[in-house]
Write a protein of this length. Structure first.
Ligand code: AMP
Ligand code: ZN
Length: 455
């Protein structure tokens, strides 16, 4: 079954395939703003996108190019740097490193290119220059440059925002608040003239010193690293308008070409039924959950448990359920014989569900149908392929103890498998080996736990 995903412009499911003759699949995913730790809502979007990346890797091996940007200059990053009296680059480096560590813990594959807005000022200025020359942009009195929305007939097609709604949209009102210089309230900033609040965070341009507006960075970085037309562009549903609508307007007016063949948006995560916010006290980071004793892999599992195109309500109970499901999967894997024929795709239905518009609940259903069947023809190759697609690293499943060395986990897995095979002598020998290395293994019904031996 081909890989099909909902497409936001056409509102239909469409097959994903590379459009260009080189067969490379060009994938752009809007990345984080690096001024604070990403929250678990952000990670829902990034984990969903990681499953897309994995499915693409399986479908077009060695022919996927995945770009995800880092927004390292905007109001929030600058404000944080000013508040902390630190250079902007220090702040954004700190939160970029943290983002990488969290993504690794959640077993997200790194993008092939991770460009930054500050690293692509020239590319952004070049695009704005073309838009000025083509009459799609104008310079206001203060030196800011705006995109003229009325110059692009297709504006509003992605989000289906009609002109009147456009005028009323609160997002636009907010954007309008800092710009009385605009000819029309719907126009948006491509270049922001330097203000005292911005400190040293300004660059030279043909229109004076300033910094790029947010939207232009994705158009410029996508063009630089993937070319003028890409195969897939994704992000959370809040990016549909105005961010992606603006990206389409800028890119298509500048390049005179279709920007993206396929747009995909995943829905938001709610916590305890509400939008996450600091003031409600329901905003979690990965570290908050680790401090409660949950593993990053359980969070990944819980974030994938709901259909990505439906809002997902996160609860701590869902993490308990995820830990227990991972336990079952881990024990199941340990019970599979090491060598299998790979002749039969026992877990093929997992991939089939994922290929059907990323039906992750269907994929978990298919996985557990086989796991709960027990016995029969087990196929480790097929199981591992399904786990790869979902990005579930079972060795990491029981680990808020991220400090258990991989060699110890490997020994423990081996001992668990020996026990399942009723090889008591082998299991005993491995327990001794673990003890000699300073670890004790506590056996449960469905799996085990590792604890360091007290000295
Ligand atoms: P930001 O760092 O704010 O640019 O957001 C990074 C990504 O997280 C974007 O794709 C957003 O759409 C997404 N996002 C923000 N809030 C949530 C949420 N509550 N649930 C799911 N995705 C979110
Ligand atoms: Zn973007």
């Amino acid at each position: 079954m081909p890989l099909r995903l909902h497409e936001s412009l056409s509102r239909t499911q469409r097959e994903l395939k590379p459009a260009q003759p080189d067969g490379v699949f060009r994938f752009y995913n809007c990345g984080p703003t690096v001024y604070a730790p990403a929250h678990i809502g952000n990670f829902r979007t990034f984990v969903v996108n990681d499953v897309i990346r994995r499915l693409l890797e399986l479908e077009f091996p060695g022919k996927v190019k995945h770009v995800r940007n880092l927004t390292d200059v905007d109001d929030k990053t600058i404000r944080r740097a000013q508040d902390e009296k630190r250079p902007l680059v220090d702040v954004t480096k700190q939160w970029t490193d943290k983002f990488h560590a969290d993504c690794d813990a959640l077993n997200c594959l790194r993008p092939h290119v991770e460009p930054t807005a500050t690293g692509h000022i020239k590319e952004q200025v070049d695009m704005i220059d073309v838009l000025m020359k083509k009459g799609n942009a104008y310079r206001a009195g203060d030196g800011s440059v705006y995109f003229k929305v009325s110059s692009f007939d297709d504006y509003g097609r992605l989000s289906r925002v009609k002109e009147r709604e456009l005028q009323a949209s609160s997002a636009l009102k907010a954007a309008a608040a800092d710009a009385d210089e605009k000819e029309d309230a719907t126009d948006f900033a491509l270049w922001k003239a330097h203000k005292a609040d911005d400190g040293d965070n300004a660059w030279d341009s043909p229109w004076g010193r300033g910094r790029p507006g947010w939207h232009i960075e994705c158009s410029a970085m996508s063009k630089k690293h993937l070319g003028e037309t890409i195969d897939l562009h994704t992000g959370g549903v809040d990016l549909l308008f105005p961010h992606h609508e603006n990206e389409i307007a800028q890119s298509q007016c500048c390049n005179g070409k279709l920007f993206a063949h396929h747009w995909y948006h995943s829905e938001h995560l709610l916590v305890d039924g509400k939008k996450m916010s600091k003031s409600l006290g329901n905003l979690y980071t990965l570290d908050d959950l680790k401090a409660k004793g949950f593993s990053p892999m359980a969070l990944r599992y819980a974030l994938l448990a709901g259909h990505p195109r439906k809002q997902l309500n996160f609860t701590l109970d869902s993490l308990h359920a995820a830990e227990s499901a991972l336990h079952t999967l881990r024990a199941y894997r340990a019970s599979l014989p090491a060598a299998t024929t790979g002749a039969h795709d026992t877990f093929g239905h997992v991939l089939t569900a994922l290929h059907d518009d990323l039906n992750t609940p269907g994929a978990f259903g298919a996985l557990f149908t086989v796991v709960n069947r027990k016995g029969g023809e087990a196929d480790q190759t097929s199981f591992d392929r399904a786990l790869f697609a979902l990005g579930l690293d079972l060795r990491a499943a029981d680990l808020p103890k991220a400090d258990v060395p991989a060699a110890i986990t490997a020994l423990a897995d081996k001992r668990w498998a020996a026990k399942q095979a009723k090889d008591w002598a082998g299991a005993d020998a491995l327990r001794k080996e673990l003890a000699a290395a300073g670890w004790s293994m506590l056996d449960g019904k469905d799996g085990y736990k590792l604890e360091p031996l007290k000295k």
